[in-house]
Structures are given as C-alpha cells and as structure tokens.
Design a protein around this ligand. Structure first.
Ligand SMILES: [Zn+2]
Length: 473
C-alpha cells in the first residue's frame, strides 16, 4: 500500500474542520432522535422473538442511509447460513465509490440487539428510550444502535460541509445478527466482496476507557468453548455398595477440573500462551467495584490486572450436567458432562488453544476416566497492526474529537467476525472503535449510552471521514 499524500482542496482544512465539527454538533439532537426511534424497534435475532422487527429496523436504517444523499446504492440484503438452507437476518449495505484516488472506508455496526432479559430489572422499559442523568437508556441504546447513529451522524456532517468535494468511498454495512453469532456474516462478505472492499474498516462495536477518554481497541482475546463428557462407570450404583472402591464420575470430574488452575487461580494449562504488552493502570479497588467481588473474596491470577484480562488466557466451567440438588440420592454417578469456556490470549488461535486444553485434560484424567470432547466453538483473537496510516489518523481524530488522547485498549471478550474481515480483506486496516463506556451495561438490564461520549464519538468520526477525504492513496 502506498503512503497517503495530502491533496489539494479549495477550503483551508482548519476552516473546513471547524465547519465539520459545528455540523456534527448541530446535528446531534436529530441523531439522538433517530437513535431513539431505532431503540423503539425490538429487533432481536433469536428465533423466539418476532423476526419482522429486524426487517423494520433494517428498513429504517436503509431510509436513514438513503437520506444522507451520499450513497449510490442502498440495499437490504440477506446471505446464506453455511451448512443450512436458511438465510441470515437482513443487513443494510449502502455504498458509494471513491473518486480522484481517495480511499474507501467501510463503516460497520449492527442493528440487532440482545434480548431484554428480566423486564423487572429495568428501571424504565427496555424499548422506550429514556434520558436520565446525561445517559440515554434502552436496549441497543449503546450496543450497537449508537454505533449506527455515530456513522450516520458523521456522514451527515461531512456531506453537509464537503458537498461535492466528498470524494471518499464509503460502504456502510449494518449487520442484523451480531448478537446471534453472525451466522451469515462470512457468506455476506464473500457475496458482497466488491461492494465491501475498503482501505480501512471502522468496527464501531467496542468501548472506551471511560466516558471522557477514547479508546482504540487493539487486541481482542479469542475463545475456545467445548463440551467434555467424563465417564468412569458403565452404570450407576449405590454409593454404599461400591463407594470408596471405584471412582464416581463427579469425583473424577472435580479432580480433573481442579488441574486447570494454579493455586493463585491463574491458568495451569501448558500450551495456552500469554502475550506481553503494557496495560493502563487499573487498581484492585476498581476491579472489586466493577466486577462485584465480595469483600472477603480475592482476585485471581498474577501480573497487572488488565494484563490478566486482555493478554492472558482464562478458563471457566460454564455448565455442568449432574444430578440436581433436589434429585440427589446416594448414588455413584457414572457420567458427568461439563461445558468449558476458555478465553484465548490474542496471538493464539482458538484451534491451538482447544488442542492444548484437550491434551492437558487427557493427560490429567484421574483414575483412567474416559473423556470425550464435542461441540467445539472456536474463535480467533485479534491484534491490530498499529503501524498503518488509518490507525494514526484515527488516533488523531479521537484526540481532537474528545479533546483527550486515546488509549490503546484490549478487550477480554471476542468479536469473532473480525477474523472473517481479516480473512476476506487482508489488506484493510481494521479500526475497532465504539460508543460504549464502562457503565454502558451492554447485554444487561438498564443498558445506556453516555450522551457526552456519543457527542465526542460523532465528532471523532466526522473528523476521521473529513481527513480521509483529504488524502490520496
Ligand atoms: Zn455489539
């Protein structure tokens, strides 16, 4: 890739940028109004919910995209789900071609939301946008309808100021099933490869350091989740008959699972790697507060706290099939099934981590217990190459849009579809940004968007678009 060169323009860039920022600011009430309208549409990709709502929300977004006036084409599309004869949920794809050697940017967000969960836990109804104390509450108000509106609002601002001088190529891609596993995402990318091809991809689905300090997400952990069945006996027996002479499956399982961690709670699985990278200061008191650690309970792991969450593996047992407490009887269980979920350090593939975990578990199976593994769900982590020009432009835009220098952030979770983006568009620079702050409570009751963060995020993205329009690649 050639390095970008500044191009000529009629209006001096400082004047133009002031106008872009002004337009972004003036457009905020309208953007929040549109965001509220999107929040009112309960578009959830789980089959148990009314699927027509996702059609409504995709149509509403297509209208917003069309009304910006910058796109050559706006479509609502679905793609096949591999291995099934189904298609995925509707996505919006709006495109305009770059002119005069300018770059193309792909703006991603998703319009489906998490189910609301227990309605009683919401202080105001989940699908009624409500402003309280500088925050907009509602399911999807942050994750990720605010991401959609940050894209739309920043496009509006640059369209208004640049008019015919807007030469930047833009593809707006708003997915409809991110919260439900992005099942048709890979097919969507290959079906629409040419329309989606870009020099830089903004994935507006992550968070910031806090409501004032922007963050560029530069690493994500991967995941390896699987089911393990542990068998020791051909059938159940009375524990008084054989207890003490043969191992029951629960005993074998408990002892086996205990080998996964060291005394300090760090992961003890050989072959699971960790990454060495600096992390911002984050004290134990903050961890205690944010994670809800009980007063007498200690944290686990070693090294810096964020290093444990961003750069090291974690192993959690997230499900177990055994006799319930209610049905407990004096019986030796022949078989126990558990679901193990590992977070994988960025840099290691989900596949490698799964291999390492299986090897560890087989090597440590007590009393020759039989193990079977199944239902593996593997996702790769992600490390941003931070040397690219679009990364530098994004950091500068964040600094100017928020008025505070951005931090490089890691994320302990995964955005599995990023691996699909990297595979399909290896040349593109991927910029993981977002509108969330640590109090957004995405996926939980009382999800909310900090209005100042949104304002800064829109200013940032408008500056980014305007500055990308100034370079020739
Ligand atoms: Zn999201």
């Amino acid at each position: 890739m050639t390095s970008p060169a500044p191009s000529d323009s009629q209006i001096p860039s400082s004047e133009r940028e002031a106008a872009v920022l002004e337009a972004a600011s003036t457009g905020l009430p309208a953007a929040l109004g549109d965001l509220g309208r999107l929040v009112r549409i309960p578009g959830i990709a789980w089959p148990a919910f009314d699927q027509s709502q996702l059609e409504r929300s995709s149509e509403a977004i297509a209208e917003l995209a069309t009304a910006t006036g910058i796109f050559d084409e706006v479509r609502v599309l679905r793609a096949a789900i591999p291995g099934t004869d189904e298609v995925g949920q509707p996505a919006v794809l709006a495109t305009r071609k770059a002119r005069n050697g300018k770059p193309t940017i792909l703006l991603y967000a998703h319009h489906d939301v998490q189910p609301p969960g227990d309605a009683a836990l919401w202080e105001t109804p989940p699908f009624e946008p409500t402003v309280r104390d500088g925050r907009l509450y509602g399911r999807g108000a942050a994750d990720d309808k605010a991401g959609i509106m940050a894209h739309i609002a920043s496009i509006r601002a640059v369209a208004e100021v640049l008019g015919d001088d807007l030469d930047l190529g833009v593809a707006l891609f708003i997915e409809g099933e991110e919260e439900y596993g992005s099942r048709s995402f890979a097919t969507f990318l290959s079906d629409n490869r040419d329309a989606l091809r870009a020099d830089a991809i903004v994935v507006a689905d992550s968070g910031n350091w806090d409501s004032e300090t922007p963050g560029l997400t530069v690493s994500l952990r991967g995941n390896a989740r699987f089911t393990m069945r542990v068998r020791t006996l051909a059938h159940a027996s009375h524990s008084g008959m054989f207890g003490g002479a043969v191992p029951d499956a629960m005993m074998a399982t408990v002892r086996l699972l205990a080998t996964l961690w060291n005394e300090d709670g760090s992961v003890a699985v050989e072959g699971l790697v960790e990454r060495d990278a600096p992390t911002p200061e984050y004290g134990e008191a903050t961890l205690r507060d944010e994670a809800g650690l009980l007063p007498g309970t200690t944290p686990i792991g070693d090294g810096s706290i964020l290093g444990r969450i961003w750069n090291k593996p974690a192993v959690t047992v997230i499900g177990i099939d055994a006799t319930s407490v209610e049905a407990a009887s004096n019986t030796l269980a022949p078989e126990i099934t558990v679901v193990i979920s590992a977070r994988v350090a960025p840099g290691q593939t989900g596949e490698e981590a799964y291999e390492a975990l299986q090897e560890h578990l087989r090597a440590h199976a007590p009393f020759g217990a039989e193990l079977t593994f199944s239902d593996a769900d593997l996702g790769n982590g992600f490390l941003v190459d931070t040397s690219g020009w679009a990364v530098a432009l994004t950091r500068e835009a964040m600094r100017d849009g928020y008025g505070v220098a951005p931090l490089d952030l890691g994320v302990g979770g995964s955005i599995p579809f990023i691996a699909d983006l990297v595979r399909e568009f290896p040349e593109a620079q991927i910029l993981v940004t977002g509108v969330e702050d640590p109090h957004s409570r995405a996926h939980s009751p009382n999800e909310s968007l900090h209005l100042d963060t949104f304002r800064h995020a829109v200013a940032t993205e408008a500056l980014l678009l305007s500055r990308m329009n100034d370079i020739v690649i």
